[in-house]
Design a protein around this ligand. Structure first.
Ligand code: PAF
Length: 283
């Protein structure tokens, strides 16, 4: 595996790779603290591309809270080791000053409408435009044939699809299933920040989502939201930020369950100081 830290070096490497039309390139952007979910994206990419590139970059422009940026887990040596073992071809690990050069498209150049304003977008102002900025830079540089995104961050996936549709129509965006721990907790780099007690409690999030799915047929959406609220209130360590049911195509929030073909239930919850998200198809 090649470890590349500079854009210009990656560009030279890519010039060589992309000279040969048969060399398809897969790209997995990450912020590091890699877990099995990230590795599953790489595994999928390996079945579809000849060369696979994983970026590790904790992107400052997508954090709306400076403490969150400082505390984001960083495990670069372990990450490199995991990528090497998993058969990654190139690990791209740039510095912020190299990523954000002059003439970078800025946040105001993007507008994703409704999908950037609900749920994560409502509670993390500017987050998705920061994601779009960095992914746009990486897409322009790498020009992959395919890029891989996990469905735990479903709203991010729709933002990226919209970005690709507008600016990078040749890049195929590949959604990948949520990867869960044995006890159901959705894998996330942030899980490593949980205390032992919090980690034991965290599977409740998916338990509640599964129960909500079972209840969905026999209950109105308002009642279901109330029920979820009450369930989280039973343990003071959980602080529910939102529970929403939204259309899987456009994230229109559903008020009436009969008017949408495909709905997903989304949750964001603080467990102590750690913010976790998850989702489940509900109808
Ligand atoms: O999902 C993430 O880890 C990040 O938002 C991404 C896509 C790597 C952009 O920084």
């Amino acid at each position: 595996m090649k470890i590349i830290k500079e854009r210009k070096i990656l560009q030279l490497e890519l010039n060589n790779i992309q000279k040969d039309d048969s060399n398809s390139v897969g790209f997995i952007p990450t912020m590091g603290a890699l877990h099995k979910g990230h590795i599953s994206l790489l595994e999928k990419a390996k079945t579809q591309n000849k060369i696979n590139i994983v970026s590790i970059f904790v992107n400052p422009t997508q954090f709306n809270n400076s403490n969150d940026l400082v505390n984001y887990p960083r495990t670069i040596e372990e990450d490199i080791d995991k990528l090497e073992k998993a058969g990654c071809d190139i690990a791209f690990i740039p510095e912020a000053k190299d990523v954000y050069q002059e003439n970078t498209i800025i946040k105001d150049d993007f507008n994703f409408g409704h999908i950037e304003n609900v749920m994560e977008g409502k509670y993390r102002k500017g987050h998705f435009r920061g994601v779009a900025m960095v992914v746009n830079i990486f897409f322009e540089l790498i020009k992959p044939n395919r890029a891989y995104f996990g469905m735990k961050d479903y709203q991010q996936l729709l933002i990226i699809k919209s970005l690709a549709h507008e600016f990078h129509p040749n890049i195929e965006i590949i959604p990948c299933n949520i990867f869960r721990e044995n006890d159901g907790l959705a894998m996330s780099s942030r899980n490593t920040l949980l205390t032992n007690v919090q980690r034991e409690k965290a599977p409740l999030i998916y338990e509640i989502l599964k129960k909500a799915k079972n209840k969905f047929k026999g209950i109105e959406i308002d009642e279901l939201k109330e029920w979820v609220n009450k369930e989280f209130k039973k343990d003071a360590d959980f602080n529910l930020e939102y529970f929403e049911i939204a259309d899987s195509d456009n994230l229109i929030l559903a008020e009436n369950k009969h008017t949408h073909k495909s709905l997903i239930a989304f949750v964001a919850v603080n467990l102590g100081k750690i913010r976790l998200i998850d989702n489940i198809p509900i109808n």
